[in-house]
Design a protein around this ligand. Structure first.
Ligand code: BGC
Length: 613
């Protein structure tokens, strides 16, 4: 906060705290445990610096009041005044498209849709609204924004990337961080830019894979957006699962310490990804030492944080991790906590936004709806089929027409997302949005009710179902040693399966099944083309709306359609689609990724998108 704008005062305060801390308290600050395995007493007894919610890990009935109560209990434990130095805990979540783990959140379009809007001002407002919804649950830190510059749309995390063009990602990076962190006052949260670095450049788009490029290309494409984010004051950076030319980023001293901290002057702290250090070596102790010495300051641990803490204690005792490295990590963690004003903030239950509410507020939903309509890209239009008339008897079909879960995608309520409308509380499905303004519209998901004597036009909403991370990969090339071949790999607790020992060498999500083996929608989801054809066979023209986390090869679907709109993963506010279909707002989205063709060539370049006259 403003009191800490003086660097001397900040460093004096840090040194004063550090001097009073025991080695165990310092090492505790370097641990972030997942809430399922951490009690408030653990926080107090082991001085844990942070707790997180992994994807879909939610307290109680998963309402804001449950979150506030949880955050309050952890915070109170960290501040327990029993003779030890109280250091406030910082709680982290993946609010990557709104605070979407929580029931009733405003769910914004995933980053790929924001990219298509080409609107940095909008992005800053999305981040501001997201910050307020995070604060309304008593939480203060989000693992966002993702600054990946995805180079291969086979990657399951393509939708977390604004664009394959580093210039566009760069134009958003600082604005999103500013929207979250602002003046570090009461309306703001701490950002974490991720994943450092090269996550979007892996060979064949394999999640957690190997980015095989020169340093010049790494800097020009993948590091460039971070410069803006750091200039905007990003307080934390998350290390990436991927390797750069065979060396994993979590153990990459050159990238973490020499480039990020020394050359670029990053003075916040580096958080590992989910057990991300574990994969550096089959020997856990070696792995933790490599990460700590390379520059990881805080360890995100899915389950066995005690083992991580114990290992760090041993490594410090035997000199493998020097005390100077520990002090540097703890100084960085304290510096973030002090600069964010965490020591001065009241307990979570008493903070402004915990009391003021604002979760799922109309004002936030209005920003999300604006983002939806600005993200829609019109790829094809025959004649003047659009805009539609609200008086028409419109047939609405397709498996994604009335499915708020599918339109939100991954990282919504559950790590891998959800299906159906029940768990997305508030907002509208695309069907609900159409029906609200065109009351004669009729829903027939498989299109079998198509009747040319009544329906003058159909809107068919097709596409992908939700996924996250490697489970969204399209694996064209079989992976050696990773991928679905590794049936004995550790399960991920976020899928409700018990965790393995965490000793797999190669990462977690690559051991889980991928989404598919082809970018051709007609092979991935043949039901979609069948639905379209059921309707066009009746002579009814079809407007297709594609829900997807990436461009897909849609040649036959597009040929059958009179108009075709890429809607990405629009989130909870499906009404934004109707805003454009009925001409209340212009179509203004433009591709932020090239769109592929059958033969692997580009069908539409970045920047493509039709307008309606
Ligand atoms: C993802 C991160 C995320 C973390 C915590 C990891 O699997 O790679 O992006 O922040 O989980 O949920």
């Amino acid at each position: 906060m403003s009191a800490m704008s003086n660097p001397n005062e900040l460093s004096q305060r840090i040194e004063h705290l550090l001097a009073q801390m025991s080695v165990d308290q310092k090492l505790g600050q370097m641990i972030q445990g997942e809430r399922m395995s951490v009690t408030p007493d653990d926080v107090a007894n082991h001085h844990l610096g942070s707790v997180l919610s992994g994807g879909g890990s939610c307290p109680g009935a998963n309402r804001p009041e449950d979150w506030i109560a949880m955050a309050d209990a952890y915070w109170a434990a960290s501040m327990r005044d029993d003779g030890r130095l109280p250091i406030p805990l910082i709680y982290g979540v993946d609010a990557i498209h709104g605070h979407a783990n929580v029931l009733g959140a405003t769910v914004f379009p995933h980053n790929i849709g924001l990219g298509a809007a080409h609107d940095p001002d909008l992005v800053e407002r999305v981040a501001q609204a997201t910050a307020r919804e995070i604060l309304a649950t008593g939480v203060e830190w989000t693992f966002a924004p993702t600054l990946a510059v995805a180079q291969d749309i086979h990657w399951g995390r393509t939708y977390e990337s604004y664009s394959s063009d580093p210039a566009l990602v760069t134009s958003y990076a600082g604005r999103f961080v500013r929207g979250l962190q602002g003046d570090l006052g009461q309306d703001t949260v701490v950002a974490s830019v991720k994943h450092w670095v090269g996550d979007g450049g892996t060979t064949n788009g394999v999640d957690q894979g190997n980015t095989e490029i020169s340093e010049a290309e790494l800097r020009a494409v993948h590091i460039a957006p971070y410069l803006e984010a750091l200039a905007a004051g990003a307080l934390t950076v998350m290390a990436s699962f991927n390797s750069w030319n065979g060396v994993k980023c979590h153990g990459h001293r050159y990238l973490l310490t020499e480039v990020l901290k020394e050359e670029l002057g990053f003075d916040g702290f580096v958080i590992s990804d989910w057990d991300g250090a574990d994969y550096l070596s089959p020997d856990y102790s070696v792995a933790i030492a490599m990460a700590a010495n390379a520059g990881v300051d805080m360890f995100m641990v899915s389950a066995d944080w005690r083992r991580c803490l114990r290992t760090l204690q041993e490594l410090v005792a035997n000199g493998t991790v020097p005390m100077a490295r520990v002090d540097d990590a703890v100084r960085r963690i304290l510096s973030v906590k002090i600069r964010y004003g965490l020591f001065e903030r009241p307990r979570p239950a008493e903070r402004h936004w915990s009391r003021a509410g604002g979760f799922g507020a109309d004002a936030h939903r209005a920003v999300a709806r604006e983002a939806v309509r600005k993200s829609l890209v019109l790829l094809k239009q025959e004649g003047d089929i659009l805009p539609l008339s609200t008086d028409a008897t419109i047939l609405v079909a397709g498996k994604n027409a009335d499915n708020r879960g599918h339109q939100c995608g991954g990282f919504t309520v559950a790590w891998q997302g959800v299906s159906g409308n029940d768990q997305i509380i508030g907002g509208t499905s695309i069907w609900e949005g159409i029906h609200a303004v065109a009351p004669q519209a009729e829903l027939s998901v498989d299109g079998s009710a198509a009747d040319p004597s009544r329906h003058t036009v159909a809107v068919v909403v097709i596409g992908e179902r939700p996924y996250a991370e490697g489970m969204g990969d399209i694996r064209v090339v079989p992976q050696v040693g990773t991928g679905s071949a590794r049936r004995d790999g550790p399960a991920d607790a976020r899928l409700g399966q018990p965790m393995g020992a965490g000793s797999g060498f190669g990462g977690i999500t690559t051991s889980l099944p991928a989404y598919g083996t082809t970018l051709e929608l007609a092979r991935l989801h043949p039901e979609d083309l069948a639905t379209i054809r059921r309707i066009t066979a009746q002579g009814i023209p079809v407007v297709t709306v594609l829900i997807s986390g990436r461009p897909l090869i849609v040649t036959p679907e597009m040929a059958e359609s009179a108009a075709f709109i890429a809607a990405w993963l629009p989130g909870s506010e499906g009404q934004g689609v109707a805003d454009v279909l009925f001409g209340d707002h212009p179509v203004q989205g433009r591709l932020s990724f090239p769109w592929p063709d059958d033969d692997g060539a580009t069908r539409y370049p970045i920047g493509y998108g039709l307008s309606l006259n």
